[in-house]
Design a protein around this ligand. Sequence first.
Ligand SMILES: [Zn+2]
Length: 368
Amino acid sequence: MNDFLATLKFKYSGRNFRPIDHLVVCFDSDDWGSLKFSSIEQRNLAKSMGHNVSSEAFVRCDSLETPKDLQNLASVLLKHHDHFGNCPIFTLNFMMFNPDYSAMLQSNFSTFVHHPFFEAYGSDDAQKKVLSVLKSFSPTVFDFQLHGAQHLNVSRFLRDGKMASPLVLDACKVGVTNFSDSFGPNRQAGYMDELGCVSSSDALFVQHQLDDSLSLFNDVFGYRPHCLTPSCGVISSSFCASLHAIGINTVKISLRHYKPTKKDIHSFVALSNKHKGVSFIYRNVSFDPEVTLDFSQVIHDICLCNKAHVPCLISSHRLNYVGLFNLQNAQKNLELLDHLLDEIEKLFPNVEYLSTEKCISKYGKISQ
Ligand SMILES: [Zn+2]
């Protein structure tokens, strides 16, 4: 894409913001709280069943955050400061529940049960420890927003389970949502697209799930968020009214996002800024070294944000920074993040670091 068109695209990404005369950088990070593979034994069980657990980065690398992961990420962010003396902030988008796979299996996929995300941290003491580490770094370097109820398309998972799909039966036996081979034709997002609803009854179910998640979020973090980052970037415009009805007025997506269809999901470039009371804001830069690493592209995109006078919302998922399965990679990715922040501060000495929420309230045109 030539620079003129790229700048135009980035300019559109700021339609819900007033023009900003300096670089504003927000890091927006998904998947926190979501349970993935949690031990080598669990991965070996999946492999022994003949499933691929290595070709998809989100299956290969992601795992539930530990206090050490959080402290390591925070320590990099605490090293850096903007023009105003503030540290870069990661907005951690949380899944508020994790599915109970054994309950689904035992009920022959006729009921859905889930548990609050923090139960996955372990004993009461372990849960307290993770939550206290999270809160100890807020608001300095962490802020919290909603990613969803669970990283699961419940209706598709239950439907395929009832049809005895080996992918779903084995996933429940192992205790995960996806293997790498769960992704494929007609399942571009595997079973992870929570909002991939194609019927009104599915949409109503997901709306209730999200409403419960907002209440749990309020209990854990002390406020009810107004912003949602849909799983896998999948959302239909018809679902916006359901979100608005439960108090969500902002949705964060990438410039290219996906709408559900009866067969699968279809990608499209969205340039609308508001639909049925919900404003769209766009994460216009991606920093996911574990998925693709093109450092010069990241810097290039940040420069385009600056040129277009729009905030730079950098999408950077949890899988880059958790060390259960890839301690060396997590350390390497933290070094890259450190380097990225050095470069930002060198190129833009007047940079301003904000949480996504603060950026919206300070520079947005979104009415609360
Ligand atoms: Zn996600």
